[in-house]
Ligand binder design. Structure first.
Ligand SMILES: Nc1nc2c(ncn2[C@@H]2O[C@H](COP(=O)(O)OP(=O)(O)OP(=O)(O)O)[C@@H](O)[C@H]2O)c(=O)[nH]1
Ligand SMILES: [Mg+2]
Length: 438
C-alpha cells in the first residue's frame, strides 16, 4: 500500500508545484520500481502532523483495517518519517513501513551494479541510519542494517550502535577512495583522448538512456521504470561535422532526492561537472514536466552548476511524439523564440525526430568553446599527424592534389599556441566553410 500525505487543503499543490495526485502516482511508480505489487494507493490530507504516528489517529485505524483485510505486508509512506513514527506506525498498522528516503535507498540498492555504485549506496544508507540514531537514540536498541530489509525474518540486523555504523562508514569511505583513485586514473586516461564530454542529466524516466542508445547505437537498459540507470556509462559519438565527443549517461534525479544520496553520488556526478556540454533531458509529455524541470535545476545548483548562466546547458524537450499536434506546435514555437544560447531542442528519442537538430546544437555549443583550425602537413610528417591526433580532434583529413595533407582539427583554446608553434601552416576556418564541406 502506498500513502501520500499532503498537508492542508485537498487539491493544494506542494512547494514544487506538484498536485498531490501526481505525487501519489510517482510514489506508486517508485514502489513498483522494486517490484512491489501495489494493492492500494491513497492520498491523505492532514491538517497537522501527529508527532507519534505522522498520520492522524482515525486514518491509522482505517489503514490498519485495510492492511488486515487485504493482507498488505508493506506500507510506503511518501514522506520523511522519524524512526519513532515509523516504529509506531508499524505496530499500529501491523505491517512494515517504509518512508520515501528508505524507498529510494532500497531502489538504489537494487540497481547498483558497479563496485562504486554499491559502495555509494551503502554509504548513503548508513549515513541515513546514523542520522536517525541521533534523533531517537534512547528509543532504539536495534536498528535495521544493510540492504534487503524488506526480506522478512531473514533480514540482517546490526546493533544500533553509532560507533559500529561510524566504523563501517569509514571503511566504505576508504574503499571508495580506492575505487575513485582507479577511476581518476581512467579519467586521466580519457583526458588524453582529446574529445569533449557531453553529459546527459534529467529526471528519472525522462528518456536519457533512450537518447543515449539512439546517439551511440548502443544498448543501455532503457525501461519504463524509475531509476533504470544507476551507474554512469560512456560511449563515443560522432557529430555532424566530423568531430568526436564522449556521451555519458548517468543516474536520474527525483524530487526530494535524499541528501545522503546526492552526497554519495557526488563522485559519479562529478562527470557531469566536468562535461563540456550538459544535456538536460525532459519528458515534456509528463504532467509534472515543470516541477521535474525545476527539481533537476535545483540538484544541478547543489552540484555547483547554475542552470541560468552556465553556457554548457542545453534543454532537450523529449517525448514530443506523445503530444497532440497543436501542443507540439506551440512547444516548437516557444522553443524557437528563445535566444540561441538558451534554445531547447524539441525531439523524440524514440522516433528520432529532432535528432539532427540536437547534434547540431551540441556541435554549435562545442565550436563556441573550441577552436577549429586547418593544419597542412607534408604527407611524410607522421610525427606531426600523431601530435595532432594526441592533442586535438581530427575531424577531417584530405589529401591535397600536390601531395600534402590537410587536417581539420578541433582543439581546446589553450592548445592553440602550442599548435601554432609546432606547425608552420595553420589556417583558421570559417564556420560557413565547415558547414559547406559537411
Ligand atoms: N513515447 C516516447 N517514449 C520515450 C521517449 N524517450 C524515452 N521514452 C520511454 O520512456 C521510458 C524511460 O526511458 P529511459 O531512457 O529508460 O529513461 P531514463 O531517463 O534513462 O530513466 P532512468 O535511467 O530511470 O533515470 C522508456 O519506456 C522509453 O521507451 C520518447 O521520445 N517518446
Ligand atoms: Mg536511464
Amino acid at each position: 500500500m502506498v500513502v501520500t500525505p499532503t498537508l492542508g487543503r485537498k487539491g493544494a499543490v506542494d512547494d514544487s508545484g506538484r498536485p498531490p495526485e501526481a505525487r501519489l502516482t510517482e510514489a506508486v511508480g517508485l514502489a513498483e520500481a522494486i517490484d512491489l505489487d501495489v494493492a492500494e494507493s491513497h492520498l491523505v490530507t492532514l491538517s497537522e502532523v501527529r508527532p507519534a504516528t505522522f498520520l492522524g489517529k482515525g486514518k491509522v485505524a482505517e489503514f490498519a483495517d485495510l492492511v488486515r483485510a487485504s493482507g498488505i505486508e508493506l506500507v510506503v509512506v511518501d514522506a520523511a518519517l522519524t524512526p519513532v513514527q515509523q516504529r509506531n506506525l508499524e505496530k499500529e498498522l501491523g505491517a512494515k513501513v517504509l518512508d520515501r528516503t528508505g524507498l529510494i535507498l532500497e531502489i538504489f540498492g537494487r540497481r547498483a551494479r558497479t563496485k562504486e555504485g554499491v559502495l555509494q549506496v551503502e554509504h548513503a544508507h548508513l549515513t541515513w541510519q546514523k542520522s536517525r540514531l541521533v534523533r531517537s537514540w534512547t528509543h532504539l536498541e536495534r536498528q535495521r542494517g544493510g540492504f534487503g530489509f524488506l526480506g522478512g525474518p531473514g533480514e540482517t540486523q546490526i546493533e544500533a550502535d553509532r560507533r559500529v555504523i561510524g566504523e563501517r562508514i569509514l571503511k566504505i569511505e576508504r574503499e571508495l577512495e580506492q575505487v575513485k583513485r582507479t577511476r581518476g586514473l581512467h579519467r586521466a586516461g580519457r583526458k588524453r583522448v582529446p574529445y569533449p564530454v557531453v553529459a546527459l542529466v534529467g529526471y528519472t524516466n525522462a528518456g536519457k538512456s533512450t537518447l543515449f542508445n539512439r546517439l551511440t547505437r548502443a544498448e543501455v537498459t532503457a525501461a519504463d521504470m524509475l531509476f533504470a540507470t544507476l551507474d554512469p556509462t560512456l560511449r563515443q559519438i560522432r557529430l555532424p561535422h566530423g568531430a568526436h565527443a564522449i556521451l555519458s549517461d548517468t543516474v536520474g534525479f527525483i524530487s526530494e532526492l535524499p541528501t545522503q544520496l546526492i552526497a554519495a553520488f557526488r563522485a559519479t556526478l562529478e562527470e557531469v561537472l566536468e562535461a563540456d556540454v550538459i544535456l538536460h533531458v525532459r519528458d515534456v509529455s509528463h504532467e509534472d514536466a515543470e516541477a521535474q524541470g525545476s527539481d533537476v535545476r535545483s540538484v544541478l545548483r547543489d552540484l555547483g552548476i547554475d542552470p541560468e548562466t552556465d553556457g554548457r546547458l542545453i534543454e532537450v524537450w523529449n517525448k514530443v511524439d506523445r503530444l497532440d499536434p497543436e501542443i507540439r506546435q506551440t512547444l516548437a514555437a516557444t522553443a524557437a523564440r528563445r535566444a540561441e544560447a538558451a534554445r531547447p531542442v524539441v525531439m523524440s528519442a524514440l522516433t528520432g525526430e529532432g535528432e539532427e537538430a540536437l547534434l547540431e546544437a551540441v556541435e554549435n555549443r562545442l565550436s563556441a568553446t573550441r577552436e577549429t583550425v586547418v593544419v597542412i602537413l607534408e604527407a611524410t610528417d607522421g610525427a606531426g599527424e600523431n601530435w595532432l591526433r594526441r592533442h586535438g580532434d581530427v575531424m577531417d583529413r584530405m589529401v591535397e592534389p600536390e601531395g600534402s595533407v590537410r587536417f581539420t582539427v578541433r582543439v581546446e583554446p589553450e592548445r592553440i599556441e602550442g599548435l601554432r608553434r609546432r606547425f608552420a601552416r595553420v589556417e583558421a576556418t570559417e564556420p560557413e566553410d565547415r558547414r559547406r564541406r559537411a
